[in-house]
Ligand binder design. Structure first.
Ligand code: ADP
Length: 182
């Protein structure tokens, strides 16, 4: 199974294959939809594991724009917080999809900085029902996260929590490309 750990500056970046709802980090990121009221995929799994208090708090947020992010508590999750972000639906790549996906990672890490969080785990945003090509998404995820780290000194650990071996391989390859062979 592909797992990889790289140190970049003072932060540790990891690629793992896991169910993100099981991770004991300061925040897990949710690939939500604009309603923030729950859905399928990782969104459904996070809401199921967090319990009904999560959707109750989400109702107070009045949705979220594509490329933006909002933070809630984690309720019954091990993670203290959930950062809800809305990835773009893939529509051929000429509708700003790359920039919107990068914005999800940027806004999530900005929230980590604002809330002084030290560890955060990302799913492969938009690569499920939103159909963003997995390799292109992994490159954007890793590159944007690394670009943001100097701006978010509280963040000491970033986990790319993949849900399949092929997804983990793509993230590991991107992390090696951006951090050197060892
Ligand atoms: P989107 O609508 O942004 O495409 P999905 O939830 O459909 O969101 O998929 C996003 C990614 O999350 C996919 O790679 C999917 O395999 C993955 N995923 C689904 N469930 C989980 C989970 N429990 N933990 C981590 N990743 C998950």
């Amino acid at each position: 199974m592909t797992t990889l750990t790289r140190r970049i500056g003072s932060a540790q970046l990891e690629v793992i294959v896991a169910d993100i709802t099981t991770l004991g980090v300061d925040a897990i990121v949710n690939a939500a939809n604009t309603s923030l009221l729950g859905g399928g995929g990782v969104d459904g799994a996070i809401h199921r594991a967090a319990g009904p208090e999560l959707v109750a708090e989400c109702r107070t947020l009045h949705g979220c724009k594509t490329g933006d992010a909002k933070i809630t508590k984690g309720y019954r999750l091990k993670a203290a917080h959930v950062i809800h972000t809305v990835g773009p639906v893939w529509n051929g790549g000429t509708h700003g999809e790359d920039d919107l996906l990068a914005s999800c990672y940027r806004r999530a890490i900005e929230l980590c900085r604002e809330h002084k969080l030290t560890s955060v785990a990302f799913p492969a945003i938009s690569t499920g029902v939103y159909r963003f090509p997995a390799e292109r998404a992994a490159e954007i995820a890793v590159r944007t996260t690394i670009e943001m780290l100097p701006l978010a000194p509280s963040v000491a650990r970033v986990v790319f929590c993949c849900f399949s071996e092929p997804s983990a391989k793509l993230h590991a390859e991107a992390l090696v490309r951006h951090s050197g062979p060892c």
